[in-house]
Design a binder for this molecule. Structure first.
Ligand code: ZN
Ligand code: ZN
Length: 297
């Protein structure tokens, strides 16, 4: 069993590096990768030998970068790079905790003003309590606490409340809750250049998770950029048909297959598993990468 897509509390994950290493060890997962959003903090922490020894398996360096494409925000994974080289990339997020909390506070204030205009009731005094808390999660949860909001929430979150507030509203220019989160983001090409220069491979994650694009078209457009080494075929949000489609795509184009749960929180994902079951070893591209390097030699 493997899991090549794991978030820690260095970005928006719930658990510490140590807690995840212990979970992975207990589940006998043999290869893992921490892929925090735009930061390498987990790997800085892992320079501590004692911590590294909590896990007897293999660890592959990883990161999940944000990029902008056609005015929208997407993700790109980098793997197996040299940390010392990648850490100088200008796309690594170096903002302080204070600055990050301030951004979320500003977003929260904006969402509150929109709710006021739309007559959506909120609990007074809502605020960002700690690093990692997202303004959109706080608003989404609080709106649902008040019975008075039921009717308007049917349109905002759907009758079953399963619509994504982030994808359907915060990142949707047609919504009053819209925020331009693509400001200052790099392009896929810029991200890929830095990953490649650090000796890593570029893997496109969760192609079918995006709701605001034609997913297959997006996949082809990314492929045509000529920057991809692999595709994340297995992901918590991918169903069997989608996994099969992506596997076929990798085979046809000679790309590596990858697989991960995108673990953030044990209530939402399961380490080492997706709803389709255990993440199998064939989704680790280790041997394939070695052969790519041999070909280059
Ligand atoms: Zn992602
Ligand atoms: Zn992720």
């Amino acid at each position: 069993m493997i899991d090549l897509h794991i978030h820690t509390n260095h970005s928006d994950g719930k658990f510490t590096v140590k807690e995840i290493l212990q979970m992975a060890e207990n589940k006998k997962i043999h290869t893992i990768s921490f892929c925090d959003h735009n930061v390498l903090g987990a790997y800085e922490e892992l320079k501590n030998r004692q911590l590294r020894e909590c896990f007897s398996g293999r660890m592959i360096t990883g990161i999940e970068f944000d990029f902008v494409y056609q005015q929208k925000n997407f993700h790109m994974l980098g793997y197996d790079f040299d940390i010392e080289r990648l850490k100088h990339s200008k796309y690594i997020d170096r903002r302080s905790e204070y600055e990050l909390i301030e951004i979320q506070e500003k977003r929260l204030a904006f969402f509150k003003s929109v709710c006021k205009k739309l007559n959506i009731k909120l609990t007074p005094g809502l605020k960002i309590q700690s690093l990692g808390e997202q303004a959109n999660d706080i608003i989404k949860a609080d709106m649902q606490k008040h019975k008075e909001n039921d009717k308007i929430l049917d349109t905002i979150l759907g009758k079953d409340r399963k619509n994504s507030f982030w994808l359907g509203h915060v990142t949707n220019p047609q919504s009053p809750f819209y925020i331009d989160v693509t400001e200052n983001l790099p392009t896929a090409q810029e991200i890929a250049d830095d990953i490649h220069q650090a000796g890593g491979i570029v893997v496109l994650p969760h192609v079918f998770e995006y709701k605001s694009v034609n997913n297959v078209e997006f996949l082809n457009q990314m492929y045509q950029l000529g920057i991809l080494d692999g595709i994340e075929c297995v992901h918590t949000k991918h169903n069997r048909e989608q996994v099969a489609y992506l596997e076929g795509f990798c085979k046809e184009k000679g790309l590596c297959m990858s697989g991960g749960s995108d673990f953030h929180d044990d209530q939402k994902q399961t380490l080492g598993y997706t709803p389709l079951g255990e993440i199998q070893d064939k989704y680790f591209w280790g041997e394939r990468k070695k052969s790519l390097e041999d070909e280059e030699r």
